[in-house]
Design a protein around this ligand. Structure first.
Ligand SMILES: *[C@@H]1O[C@H](CO)[C@@H](O)[C@H](O)[C@H]1NC(C)=O
Ligand SMILES: *[C@@H]1O[C@H](CO)[C@@H](O)[C@H](O)[C@H]1NC(C)=O
Ligand SMILES: *[C@@H]1O[C@H](CO)[C@@H](O)[C@H](O)[C@H]1NC(C)=O
Length: 261
């Protein structure tokens, strides 16, 4: 009999709990309804996307590096490719650090170590890649002919390009060059996968192995923005259709068309 006394209370409690759960459900309902709104306000995805990371691991006197920098890599600055690329040059290559005094030893001898340091200093004192690449390109071109001494060579390039050589010389004289080279050594030695030769060209962390001369195609393929730069659109027939059709329908059509011919 005692338990019957509680029945009205139980009814009241269950009514309250239903009310409470309904109101919390309504709260959830409001949340669910409010989430799509910011999505509607988002609008179309931005057309400006991240630039493609293009990194050259090299050493200044290796013949294939010289060829690549002078004849191929300069194409980054042709037309509009540079607008979508973050180009970095890492002058260290197959150098190594020798115990016990931590001397830096370069594959092509002390002249190469000197020019690696000069180029590291050029990059440091002129961070704009358009500026330091001009100097590096000129120095590499001169080493192909090999008529001037290592020191005359880069200084005459500065004169030719009307660049102040003092910041580069100061960097070299102050020992900052060694710090820069040790950073490049660390970066080169931490490459995953490790470089097996040089020039070693990496696009968005993917090495191109011996297909490095085709770096423009890889850069264009890696770029997710639209429209693609003019230079990429003119390259389309050479780019594989797979993985490219999604970002630009024209690519697969034109590739298929050229295959049929
Ligand atoms: C490269 O060097 C050669 C010979 O020194 C010179 O004739 C040529 O103009 C240089 N090329 C560039 C692109 O600087
Ligand atoms: C060396 O490189 C690795 C990987 O890039 C980085 O995590 C580390 O901080 C670097 N060490 C120094 C001393 O710069
Ligand atoms: C194109 O395809 C070939 C074969 O499938 C492949 O070896 C090559 O790396 C591809 N090139 C590019 C630029 O993706």
């Amino acid at each position: 009999m005692d338990s019957l006394k509680f029945i009205p209370l139980l009814v009241l409690l269950s009514f309250l709990s239903v009310y409470a759960s309904r109101s919390s459900f309504e709260d959830q309902g409001i949340n669910v309804q409010s989430t799509p709104e910011p999505r509607k306000l988002k609008g179309p995805p931005p057309t400006k996307v991240e630039n493609v990371e293009l990194v050259l691991y090299y050493e200044t006197l290796c013949p294939y590096c010289k060829e690549f920098i002078v004849k191929e890599l300069i194409k980054v600055f042709d037309r509009d490719l540079i607008d979508i690329v973050n180009l970095r040059l890492v002058p260290y290559g197959n150098a190594h650090i020798q115990e016990p005094d931590n001397t830096i030893v370069c594959q092509h001898g002390p002249d190469e170590c000197y020019l690696n340091s000069i180029q590291a200093c050029a990059i440091n004192s002129r961070p704009d890649v358009k500026q330091h690449f001009k100097l590096i390109h000129c120095v590499e071109n001169q080493t192909i002919e090999g008529k001037q001494s290592k020191e005359e060579g880069w200084k005459s390039c500065c004169q030719k390009l009307r660049m102040n050589q003092k910041p580069v010389q100061d960097c070299y004289d102050s020992g900052l060059e060694r710090k820069l080279i040790l950073q490049y050594a660390n970066e080169t030695n931490h490459l995953v996968p490790h470089h097996t030769y040089i020039p070693w060209v990496v696009v968005n962390n993917q090495p191109l192995y011996d297909d490095y001369q085709n770096f423009v195609s890889y850069v264009c393929k890696a770029y997710k923005g639209s429209p693609k730069p003019e230079v990429c659109r003119s390259l389309l027939p050479k780019i594989n259709s797979s993985g490219n059709a999604d970002s630009n329908g024209q690519a697969s059509i034109r590739v298929k068309g050229s295959r049929n011919n």
